[in-house]
Design a binder for this molecule. Structure first.
Ligand code: FE2
Length: 376
């Protein structure tokens, strides 16, 4: 029998069953957390925040927590080969393990998501010390990547129980990085829609933008992308999958070298991209370069912008416009030897999109790098 939906039987507008307050932190499993922390402090301007390891009663790993404004990174290294983290690093190299999300109620976040089909990573657990209580729970997402739900409303310490304040004499200046704008996941062939459905069904996200291989292709390679956003828009996870082209997709190169699905890039917001990128470049961060022809007709394409064109061209900053405004963005080269994770620096001036107008120039720049690695 056919079901007729009338006003009386229609569902009311659904409530957000997983209210997220934003990204809490990004945790990287790395081969040498001490050196990685130094790199992110020196090159990106993060500040020392907290430390956990043998000195704080944690025997099998060390973690350094660094912060810049609302941006918190955790760099973790296992101290022995028996620790499963060592297998993670052996397989994937350095990369993002945990995309932690700040919630009001971590037990409820776990219940809501696991009851909708998420695979549990961590049942709700309350951690306590003299600074209060913090509740953690977690679920698996694509590849070996994990979402932790962090409830810290009753915790006043530097980071979380088990950590102590990390004080250092060496403290480079910040570079103006503010918060995580979005985190992109690369998934395997034909897996994009599966993960879109996961974020819709399990986490209550919506697909706000889609790009097919006609939008994102060059003469040689292609990919497809769908942007998932939570209800309040604080958390955005674009999902990429490779597409057929004459040569190898950049997503495929990532999957080969990461040995599976994982986080491709984390976009970091700034309010002054020229100042931030000048600073990052002076400190040794390497960026993808587009040809100078990109700037020849830039203003014809995007219209008036507040910034001078010259510093944008000198630094290689890209500009794109949508109905609501414009954005400035630039991409680093991979920050490890494997061509896997990289960062985007983004300044939004009204635009809520992701730089579709830059895809072609950008992907041609990536292809030149792929070509040099012999992977195109
Ligand atoms: Fe991005």
């Amino acid at each position: 029998m056919e079901t007729v939906i009338t006003a009386a039987t229609a569902q009311p507008a659904t409530q957000d069953f997983l209210p997220l307050q934003g990204t809490d932190y990004v945790e990287f499993y790395v081969g040498n957390a001490k050196q990685a922390a130094h790199f992110y402090k020196t090159a990106f301007g993060f500040q020392s925040l907290a430390y956990a390891g043998p000195e704080t009663g944690i025997k099998d790993r060390v973690s350094y927590v660094i912060r810049q404004n609302k941006l918190t990174f955790v760099l973790t290294t296992p101290l022995c080969s028996q620790n499963p983290m060592a297998d993670h690093i052996y397989k994937h190299g350095d990369g993002v393990k945990i995309l932690a999300l700040k919630v009001e109620d971590a037990a409820d976040a776990w219940k809501q998501t696991t009851s909708r089909g998420a695979r549990s990573y961590q049942e709700p657990v309350t951690l306590a010390d003299a600074d209060g209580e913090l509740v953690l729970s977690g679920i698996h997402t694509y590849g070996d990547t994990v979402h932790l739900f962090v409830e810290r409303k009753n915790y006043q310490g530097a980071f979380m129980p088990g950590f102590r304040k990390w004080k250092t004499l060496y403290q480079p200046e910040e570079t103006g990085l503010l918060y995580v704008d979005h985190c992109v996941g690369n998934v395997g062939w034909n897996q994009m829609d599966r993960w879109v459905k996961f974020y819709e069904d399990v986490m209550g996200f919506r697909n706000i933008l889609s790009f097919d291989d006609n939008d994102i292709s060059t003469e040689y390679s292609a990919l497809m992308s769908k942007v998932m956003s939570n209800g309040n828009g604080f958390v955005k996870f674009p999902i990429n999958e490779p597409a057929e082209g004459k040569k190898k997709s950049q997503v495929e190169e990532y999957l080969d070298y990461y040995d599976g699905e994982g986080c491709q890039h984390v976009a970091l917001a700034t309010n002054d991209i020229v100042k931030t990128v000048t600073e990052l470049r002076n400190r040794g961060v390497e960026f993808l370069q587009v040809p100078s022809s990109y700037y020849a007709d830039l203003l014809g394409r995007v219209g008036h912008i507040d910034e001078d064109l010259r510093p944008l061209e000198e630094l290689g900053i890209l500009v794109d416009r949508d109905d609501e405004g414009y954005l400035l963005q630039i991409f680093t080269k991979p920050v490890e030897d494997r061509p896997t994770l990289f960062f985007e620096i983004i300044q939004r001036k009204g635009a809520k999109s992701f730089g579709k107008g830059n895809f072609k120039a950008l992907f041609e720049a990536i292809e030149r790098e792929q070509e040099q690695r012999g992977n195109l």
